[in-house]
Design a protein around this ligand. Structure first.
Ligand code: SAH
Length: 478
C-alpha cells in the first residue's frame, strides 16, 4: 500500500470550459456592426457603453436604430451595406444578417481581416458570444450558458443582481482611485493583502454609503498601527421571515452574506441560516416558549461583546424583528454600547400565513381593522389587559401570536364578551414550512380541535370574518 504524502498531490487540472470569459477593453476602438434592426440597435448601445467607436452599416435602419444613432455620439450610421474593406482594423465584428449565406460571407470577411466575429442568433458563425451582464462598472460580471438556455442565464443574472448592492460600483471605483496611495506606502505583500481584505469587508458592510477619504485614512491607520485598531463591529437585526428561506429579503441575504457571526432563534429554519456566509460562525440562541434557554440579557450581552471584537454580527429573528421579537431590548443594549446597528425587516408570520392560505386579511367590506396580538404575557399567561372590545369587533381580523397555550381561555373570554361563536377561525402551524398544518373551525369549536391536533411548532391563530373564504391548497414545497 502506498502511503499518501500530505500536500504532494498536484492540484487537479481545470475541467472542460465551453467558452473562455474574457473582458475586452473597447474604449476608442473601432467595432463594425452590420445590420440596422432592433436587435442590432441594442448591440450598438451595449458596445457604445464601452466607449467603442461603433460603425453601423445598413441601408435602412429601424426607428430604434435611428434613435440609437442620434442619441449616442459614438455610434455612426453608414447608409450602405457592409463590405470586406470595412472590417480592416476593427476590433470586433458583429453581424445582424438575414441569411446563412450572408452570415458566412460576413464571418469569412472578418476572419480574413483577423477580427473576432459574432453573428446574432447564428451560433455556428460566431467566434464569441455575448453573455448576460451584471453591471456594477468597473465591476462587470458576464454570464454564459454557451447557448444552453438564455432564460437559465437570465435567472442566474437575476440572482447575482440581488446579492450585489448597487453601491459596489462606488467602492470598486474607490479601489481604483486609492490604489496608487496604497502602493505608495510600499507595504509588503501580506500587509497589502490585509489592507484590501479590510477594504473589501468595509465595502460590503457599507455598500450603500459613498466611500469617503476618511475611510481610506482609517484603513491605512489601522494597518500602520499594526492592526491593533480592529475594524469596528456592527450588529444587524434581521428578519428571517416565517420559515420558507425564499422569503428572506434581498437586504437580509446581503447581511447574511457578509456576516462573521449569526445568532439565530429556534424559529429560524436551518435552510434560512444556511444563507449565511460559509465562514460565518452560527450560534443558536433559542429562547423558545417554556424551555430553559439563553436569557434575553445573555443574548444582548453576546451581541455587544461580539461586535466589540470587531465582528459583523447578524441577529436573525423569526418573522419581522419588530413584531413580538423583543427587538427593543436588543436595540437599546447595542445602541447604549455605542455600536452601529441596522434593522432589516422581514415577512411576519401573519403575512406568511395569509399568503399561504390565500386569504386577504383585510377583505373589503368584511374587515375594517387588522390587529396583531400576543396571547402570552410576561408570566406566560393570557395578558389581562387585552382590549376585548377590539377583539370582538365583527369587522376586525385578529392574528394571535404565541396563542396556543392560552387559546381556550382567550376564546372563553371572547365568547363571554359577545363575539359570534360562528366567527371563522384558523390555526396555522408552521406557516410556509414544508410541513404546514391548518385547522379551520368556527371559533367556538377551535380550541377543542387545536388540542386534538397536538400542535408543537410555531402557530398563529387567525380570527375574523375575513378568514371565511376558501383556502388555497397546501403548496408542495421543495
Ligand atoms: N417576530 C415574529 C414573531 C415572533 S413571536 C414574526 O414577526 O412573525 C413567536 C410566534 O410567532 C409564535 O409563537 C407563533 O405564534 C408565530 N409564528 C412565527 N413563525 C410562525 C410560522 N411559521 N407559522 C405560524 N406561526 C408562526
Amino acid at each position: 500500500m502506498t502511503k499518501r504524502q500530505p500536500d504532494s498531490a498536484p492540484p487537479a487540472r481545470l475541467g472542460a470550459l465551453a467558452t473562455l470569459p474574457v473582458f475586452f477593453r473597447l474604449a476608442g476602438r473601432k467595432v463594425v456592426l452590420a445590420g440596422g434592426g432592433d436587435g442590432a440597435a441594442w448591440k450598438a448601445e451595449l458596445l457604445a457603453a464601452t466607449g467603442a467607436q461603433v460603425l453601423v452599416f445598413c441601408a435602412e435602419p429601424t426607428d430604434k436604430m435611428r434613435a440609437t444613432v442620434s442619441d449616442l455620439a459614438n455610434v455612426e450610421w453608414i447608409a450602405r451595406a457592409w463590405s470586406a474593406a470595412d472590417l480592416a482594423d476593427a476590433s470586433l465584428a458583429i453581424g445582424d444578417v438575414e441569411s446563412d449565406e450572408e452570415a458566412q460571407a460576413f464571418r469569412d470577411a472578418a476572419r480574413a481581416s483577423g477580427v473576432p466575429v459574432n453573428v446574432v442568433d447564428r451560433p455556428a458563425f460566431c467566434d464569441f458570444q455575448f453573455g448576460s451582464i451584471v453591471e456594477r462598472s468597473p465591476v462587470v460580471i458576464g454570464i454564459s450558458t454557451d447557448g444552453a438556455a438564455p432564460v437559465f442565464g437570465q435567472e442566474i443574472r437575476a440572482r447575482i443582481e440581488t446579492i450585489l448592492p448597487q453601491g459596489l460600483r462606488l467602492w470598486a471605483q474607490a479601489a481604483k482611485n486609492w490604489r496608487p496611495a496604497v502602493l505608495a506606502k510600499k507595504f509588503d505583500f501580506r500587509t497589502r493583502r490585509t489592507f484590501w481584505e479590510r477594504f473589501t469587508a468595509l465595502a460590503f458592510s457599507k455598500a450603500d454609503d459613498q466611500p469617503q477619504e476618511t475611510d481610506l485614512h482609517d484603513l491605512l491607520a489601522q494597518i500602520e498601527t499594526g492592526g491593533a485598531d480592529l475594524p469596528r463591529g456592527s450588529v444587524a437585526l434581521v428578519g428571517a421571515g416565517p420559515g420558507d428561506p425564499d422569503l428572506l429579503t434581498v437586504k437580509a441575504v446581503r447581511a447574511l452574506q457578509s456576516a462573521d457571526v449569526v445568532l439565530y432563534d429556534d424559529l429560524v429554519s436551518p435552510r434560512t441560516v444556511n444563507a449565511a456566509r460559509r465562514e460565518a460562525t452560527r450560534i443558536a440562541v433559542g429562547k423558545r416558549g417554556y424551555k430553559p434557554s439563553c436569557t434575553q440579557e445573555d443574548i444582548t450581552a453576546m451581541l455587544v461583546s461580539l461586535a466589540r471584537e470587531g465582528k459583523r454580527v447578524v441577529r436573525l429573528k423569526g418573522g419581522d424583528p419588530m413584531i413580538f421579537g423583543r427587538a427593543g431590548e436588543e436595540i437599546a443594549g447595542v445602541v447604549q454600547a455605542g455600536i452601529p446597528i441596522e434593522i432589516i425587516p422581514g415577512v411576519t408570520a401573519a403575512s406568511g400565513a395569509a399568503a399561504s392560505l390565500g386569504l386577504s386579511l383585510t377583505e373589503r367590506d368584511v374587515a375594517r381593522r387588522l390587529q396583531f396580538i400576543t396571547a402570552h404575557g410576561r408570566n406566560g399567561k393570557l395578558p389581562d389587559d387585552l382590549a376585548l372590545s377590539a377583539l370582538t369587533d365583527p369587522r376586525a381580523t385578529t392574528v394571535v401570536y404565541m396563542g396556543v397555550k392560552t387559546l381556550p381561555l382567550l376564546i372563553e373570554r371572547l365568547l363571554a364578551e359577545g363575539i359570534d361563536p360562528a366567527t371563522p377561525a384558523i390555526a396555522v402551524e408552521r406557516a410556509t414550512w414544508p410541513d404546514e398544518r391548518r385547522i379551520a373551525a368556527p371559533l367556538s369549536s377551535l380550541s377543542a380541535q387545536v388540542a386534538q391536533a397536538q400542535i408543537e411548532g410555531p402557530c398563529l391563530v387567525l380570527i375574523g370574518a375575513a378568514l371565511g373564504g376558501n383556502l388555497l391548497p397546501l403548496r408542495s414545497h421543495k
